[in-house]
Design a protein around this ligand. Sequence first.
Ligand SMILES: Nc1ncnc2c1ncn2[C@@H]1O[C@H](COP(=O)(O)OP(=O)(O)O)[C@@H](O)[C@H]1O
Ligand SMILES: [Mg+2]
Length: 267
Amino acid sequence: MTVSDAARPGPAKPAAERPPVLEARLLQKRYGNLAALDKVSLALYPGEVVALLGDNGAGKSTLVKALSGALPIDAGDILFEGAKVASWNPKTAQRYGVATAWQDLALDTTCDIASNFFLGRELVRGRFLRSLAPLNRTAMRQEVERVMGDMGIRVDRMVGQPVARLSGGQRQSVAIAKASHWSDRVLFMDEPTAALGVRQSAMVLDLAKGIADSGSAVVIISHAIPQVLEHADRVVVLRHGRKVLDCDRADTTPDKVVAWMLGMEAT
Ligand SMILES: Nc1ncnc2c1ncn2[C@@H]1O[C@H](COP(=O)(O)OP(=O)(O)O)[C@@H](O)[C@H]1O
Ligand SMILES: [Mg+2]
């Protein structure tokens, strides 16, 4: 399984020219006395890759959970295409095309790629779901091969193998391809490369870039700072629940980003 450049339609357009697809305004989330999110605002634009960075406990996962509808917030607003969303929960988020690619743990490793791809879609008002019932396994595999092929992932004969036989990078690619196929507006990835080596991480990050190039906003949390910055258009840094940096990738360096993460730059 490889990621090629062939499936990429080209570089993303400048984000600032379009309205945000998803926006958080002054989000607050407390756990007892701890402010996990302290008035965090963030706008996500179609076609961009945002690197969401911060030290352990900075609030990255909390922010992603809030934005993907998995965690109720204490205060603040979530807007989809400029309109406030009254109740943002996993179902609403899914309906709007917002998803999180969970780590490979979300895959059933005893099943093949195709079964995993369609697993759990019963809940969703779906594109071709209604026509899915009569599909046989061969048709499902062909569909998955087509979808993953469109993303530049070649699954070859792997498509019929149990997911347990795939490498970490391949599994992560399947999880990401699945999430992005069913949710085409915003894709969150919480530490997608945490368990991967450099080459497999590059494969996953290339995939993220390809998904953004097809028009989604992609948010990646990663501790591999220089590597994730190579693939990002924008950098957001959280520290102690506050957003301390939000700038174009070109306007910062890995050293400066680390300094912001550690509180060694003035806010
Ligand atoms: N369910 C929870 N209960 C209590 N505290 C939590 C809970 N989830 C997260 N926290 C705390 O909120 C802060 C932010 O956590 P998190 O968003 O997971 O950080 P990050 O993903 O940046 O490492 C941390 O101090 C963490 O301990
Ligand atoms: Mg986290």
